[in-house]
Structure formats: structure tokens, C-alpha cells
Design a binder for this molecule. Sequence first.
Ligand code: ARG
Length: 457
Amino acid sequence: MTKLWGGRFQKTAEEWVDEFGASIGFDQALVMEDITGSLAHVQMLGESGILSDEEARLISEGLHQLQSKASAGELEFSVAQEDIHLNLEKHLIDLIGPVGGKLHTGRSRNDQVATDMHLYLKTRTNEIIELISSFQQTLVHQAEAHVDTIAPGYTHLQRAQPISFGHHLMTYFWMLERDKARFVDGLKRTDLSPLGAGALAGTTFPIDRARTAELLGFSGVYENSLDAVSDRDFIVEFLSSSSLLMTHLSRLAEEVILWSSQEFSFIELDDAFSTGSSIMPQKKNPDMAELIRGKTGRVFGNLFGLLTVLKGLPLAYNKDMQEDKEGMFDTVLTVTGSLKIFEGMIRTMTVHTDRLEKAVSQDFSNATELADYLAAKGMPFREAHDVTGRAVFHCIQKGCFLRDLKLEDYKTFSELIEEDIYTVLAPYEAVNRRNSYGGTGFEQVKLQIQKAKELLV
Ligand code: ARG
């Protein structure tokens, strides 16, 4: 089939060569963005007198027809036309005749593709920001329901100090808040129009870049035509923000997987977010959480893929840049899917408060309470730490916990210990008393939730 750029060529490439070079297999995802970009371009060409009103009208009508066909899934694309831009242009010319060939006046595929990518990513980033917010809502909701559910807090995955389970959940709220801020910031650079940069050098036609930017809803234009067509930083930033977001989701996934194991049994996932085994009838697997943990790898891969593609490229456009798309599409799908799944998974999970509370009553995570108690009575903390350590060792030998020691036993460790030690050692009290700003004390957690809610409105 003849190429739209075939004039200079004496023979055509074989089909398998075309296939290797084509991007239509994946860039057809940009069909709507490409038409939107063309509509703005042709309107501007008409307004600037570069095309006659009649030409601009015919082309716009043709583009609108293609738009309807595309949304009805009736547009066919061919490898011979290489990519979405040439496919659409060919369709336009077939539909309205040679006047369709005027659409590409003062434009190149280089500024065209960059425009499509900016439009696409701007929309998707906004959707992702919305999804982050709704997941945050769910986290706040669950955290609020579990402000006074006492859970073991860990360091090194060893029981450390009792905490509010709500406090633990809120940690993810704040991670996501930073993720959201990164996406919002990235939007500033995504929200720029490269259209009108031409192939690399601008154009001899009296185009109006501000007008196309305005028509497309961009808040500004690239200042340098070479930069406009060479820049893929906004995609790198998106992939980077996505990687960090996925890191956070993957950490939560890991916790969900641990918590739903029989060993922990802190939560149970809803059937709707679990799967069974083909052989072991008793199994209920946290597949979705595992998959999100696993898919994090491909998002990192997409980030590294694009960084590597870009690192040695001379200015301006190089065909290497066609490789910017699949990783971006894949990341959008992965991040969107992961956020939706996680929202549902956390909203529907059952928290076994009894198991959590039992866990903290049968461990030494209240040892710091004893040490702090002694320190508050004037013993140097280092000494209090040592005394408590010896008391813990004593309990381990006896096979009991700190609250099981009699007052007379305590007196052998320190005369400072009085009857009130038993209240101090209670996990609920241990949490309640950690009332320093941002701590796990109930008042602090409630305050934190209040702040979070204000951020979400
Ligand atoms: N399919 C190409 C891409 O995605 C479009 C730009 C082609 N430009 C060119 N000069 N060959 O990068």
C-alpha cells in the first residue's frame, strides 16, 4: 500500500519490516486524543487564514465523523499506515478527498504525537488522583472504626510496642497523600502544549500556538520547539510517581498477606477479593494483594525502560521515542487497577479485633512501659532499660509475661515499682498514654484523622 510519505521512495518495504516499525498495534489507544488534537489544529488553521473557512469546515466535519466511528469501534487500522496519526489522516482523505491532506499543514507527527501523549497523560493522571483520594477515604473510614483497636506494632517484624490499629492504617493515608502531591505536581509539566513545534524547528505558517493550547485546555505552551518534541520528562515523572505509589501499595499488600495468614489472623479478606486453590479445598488466598505486589515490578521496569531509551538520544525526535508508549499504557492500567482493587479490598476486610488484642496481651511489647515508668520516677533511662531487660528475662525463664509478676517480684528489681505498675502495663493504657504529637495515643490518632478528612474535602 502507498505511504503518505512515499514520494521520495523507489520501492516499498516488505510487510514484516513495516510490522517491526509500526506502532498502530498499541498507539491506537490514542485515537481520541489524536482526533482532538487535529480538531484544535484545523480550527486554528481556519481562524488564522492558513486554510479557508470552507476547508477548515470540511476537515472538521470529517474528523467528527471519524470520532463517531472510533467511539463505535468502527474504524479499522492498518500496519501499512504505521501509526495512529497516519491511519487517521488516510481515513480522513479517503472520507473527504484531497482537502483532507491540508490538515497536516504547519504540523509534524513529532509535535502531533507529543500533543497526544500530553493529552492522554493529563486525563489519566487526573483519574489516578481521584482514585487515590477514594482509596484514602476508605483508609480513613477503616482507621476511624479502629482508633481504639489495639494492635502489635513491629520493628524488624518483632513485636515492639502496642499501637492503635487505626494509627497503623493512617500511615498509608499519608503515603498516598505524598503520592497524590507528586502526581499533582507532575501535571504542571504535563499540562503544556507542544503543538506547533513542527518537526523540530517551528513552521513558516503564521500559526497560533496559544490558540491551539487554549482549545485543548492546556495551561501553557513549550517555549522551545526542539524541547517540545524531544521532551518525555513528563512521562518519566509519571512513571516515577507511579513507581513510588506502587511501592506503597506493595508494602500494604505485603502486610495484608501477612495479616490474613493463619499465623497472624489479624484480618480476613472478603470472598470477593480472594481466590481458592484448584487442589486444596480449604485455601483462601490473598491473590489480589500478591498480584499488586508482583505488578509493582513491571511499573519499575517501565520507568527504567524509558529512562534507558532516552539517555543517549540526540535532539530532537528519534524513532526510539516510539518506545515511550507501551510502558506508559501498561503503567496506567496497572496503577488504576491496583488502586481500585485495594480500595475494595480494604473496605470489605474484616478486622479480627479479638486476635489483635490477644496478640498484645501475650507478648513483651509493654516492656517500654516499665522502663518509662522507672525513668519517670527518676531512674536514668539507661538503668531503667537494664532493669526492665532483666525482668523480661526473668519472665521468659518462668514462662510468663510482665503483668503476671507479683509486686514482691517487682520489688526485687526495683523498689520504685508500686501497685500502679499493672495499669501502666495494660496495652490499652500504653497506647492511650503515647499522646505526643503524631503519636499513637487515641487523642492524637483522632486529631490526625480530623486533619486527613480536611485534606480530602
Ligand atoms: N509513531 C511515532 C511515535 O510514536 C510517531 C512519530 C513519528 N515521527 C517520525 N518522524 N517518524 O513516536
